[in-house]
Ligand binder design. Structure first.
Ligand code: PBG
Length: 330
């Protein structure tokens, strides 16, 4: 390749001069197949509720859930990630409601599958919706999250979700060894095609702030941190270590989270492992863009631009609260 040819033989503006040419030389594309819509559902709610810190995103009761899914499906989106807001009465320090086969999320999965058997349902494995302290696992006597004790419940939670019909189990708890324990349990219980999407490089990020309001866990969690299990924001070699462990333990797909502040991580993970790599444009990223758009400081197009940046960095697929609105534009 000779990059030394000089002007006017080389005019990079030639291929920019017409829309048709620009699309012929486009290196990155964004289609509806790249998008996953996260949705919030709330136990005992009928109808829907606004989420103040996430403009246009709502919590749905089971009575309105299928209508919302219908719209998502009609836009061509192939997968949803479902996050439950669990009845406060059902929370306890051990997060035991997570392993109740008839819990709210299991009911929701069965309800969705009945009407939309082709839609891919992704669900988190983590105890934070179910614990009174809001951590993703159970605590030891010093108040830290107990890795190996948490694995016992997380494994059962994964089985409950697989049994309910979830296609993709997404451990977001960041305990060591969870992928292996969950994979073994799925194999032993004849869920050999249940996909594990590991939140492998999940950072201890303040960009999750609005999510905590969305799932109403803020008041349980207070201003604690998840620093003893989620990754330190400055580490990238450790992300490769995490990802390699999770692949070895049986993950089918890995994820980087948050998205835009961690594009370098997406890039190295994809280059190093060449396995399906997803990225999560998290609540804080969404709300930040929406807030600026609402004030007229940025135009609507920045959302698509942010999603293209994920694809350019190497992501195969994007979890984004903007999936629906972008699918409508595409
Ligand atoms: C729970 C979980 C979180 C998110 C997804 N799953 C929050 C956290 O770990 O504190 C964040 C998603 C978002 O901010 O959009 N383990």
């Amino acid at each position: 390749m000779n990059l030394n040819r000089k002007f006017p033989f080389t005019r990079l503006r030639r291929t920019r001069s017409k829309a048709g040419l620009r699309s012929l030389v486009a290196e990155t594309s964004l289609t509806v197949d790249d998008l996953i819509q996260p949705i919030f559902i709330k136990e005992n709610l009928s109808g829907e509720e606004e989420i103040e810190s996430m403009p246009e995103i709502k919590r749905y009761g089971l009575d309105l859930l299928n209508k919302e899914i219908e719209e998502i499906v009609s836009l061509g989106i192939k997968a949803v990630a479902v996050f439950p807001v669990v009845d406060e009465q059902k929370k306890d320090p051990a997060g035991l409601e997570a392993i109740n086969e008839d819990n709210f999320l299991s009911k929701a999965i069965r309800q969705i599958k009945e009407s939309f058997p082709e839609l891919i349902i992704i669900v988190d494995v983590a105890l934070d919706p179910y614990t009174t302290h809001g951590h993703d696992g159970v605590l030891d006597d010093k108040g830290d999250v107990d890795n190996d004790a948490s694995l016992l419940t997380l494994k059962e939670q994964a089985l409950v979700l697989a049994k309910a019909g979830a296609d993709v189990i997404a451990p977001s708890d960041m305990m060591d060894g969870r992928i292996r324990v969950i994979r073994e349990a799925l194999e032993e219980n004849n869920f050999k095609n249940t996909v594990i999407l590991s939140y492998a490089a999940k950072y201890s990020s303040k960009f999750y702030g609005p999510f905590k309001e969305a799932v109403e866990s803020a008041k349980f969690f207070g201003n604690k941190t998840k620093d003893t299990y989620q990754m330190a924001i400055g580490n990238i070699n450790e992300a490769l270590h995490e990802v390699s462990m999770d692949i070895e333990e049986g993950a089918d797909i890995v994820m980087v989270k948050p998205g835009m502040p961690y594009l370098d991580v997406v890039r190295v993970v994809k280059e190093e492992f060449k396995i399906p790599t997803f990225v999560y444009q998290v609540s804080g990223e969404y709300s930040m863009l929406k807030a600026a758009i609402a004030r007229g400081w940025l135009s609507q197009e920045v959302i698509k631009e942010s999603l293209v940046s994920f694809k350019r960095a190497g992501a195969d697929c994007i979890l984004t609260y903007s999936a629906k609105e972008v699918a409508r534009e595409l």
